[in-house]
Design a protein around this ligand. Structure first.
Ligand code: OFO
Length: 162
């Protein structure tokens, strides 16, 4: 049986994952409005993945006999100055999510909650991949600078994301 404290923390993470989905959808909307369709597709896929993360928490909370409680989702930002600014914000957000997941693992360890610790390990691994993929795009955008041709090529590349 997981503690009420852990139930609350898992519900808060569910909300954070829904916010992640909302944030990336807002970034996708921004790219669409500027006709960067490859970047928009990448962000839409990212948003879908985040919804999937939220649903993993939804499923787990129910599976262990606790209750899912949905809270208000914060309004995401919807204006940025550059591609780089967007991806730097995405990177900062993923680093924040990694910290949240690590804090959850620490709580599970403190409470001797092996089941939740085991459930969270998937996210520990996933966060390595999430941070690394956004980091690579940030570095590429820094190399590109304001070369429009290279930016179009990256747009094409990111649009291939399945
Ligand atoms: Fe981006 O990993 Fe979930 O939030």
């Amino acid at each position: 049986m997981i503690s009420n404290n852990m139930e609350k923390a898992l519900n808060e993470q569910l909300n954070a994952e829904l916010f992640s989905s909302y944030l990336y959808l807002s970034m996708a909307a921004y790219f669409e409005s500027k006709n960067w369709f490859g970047f928009a597709k990448w962000m839409k896929k990212q948003s879908e993945e985040e919804y999937g993360h939220a649903m993993k928490f939804f499923g787990y909370i129910n599976e262990v006999g606790k209750k899912v409680t949905l809270e208000k989702i914060e309004k995401p930002k919807n204006e940025w100055q550059s591609h780089l600014e967007i991806f730097e914000e995405a990177l900062k957000h993923e680093q924040y999510i990694t910290k949240r997941i690590n804090d959850l693992v620490n709580l599970a360890i403190k409470e001797n909650d092996h089941a939740t610790n085991n459930f969270l390990q998937w996210f520990v691994k996933e966060q390595i991949e999430e941070v690394s993929s956004v980091q690579k795009i940030v570095e590429t955008l820094k190399l590109i600078g304001d070369q429009a041709g290279s930016l179009f090529m990256l747009d094409h590349e990111l649009g291939k994301r399945e």
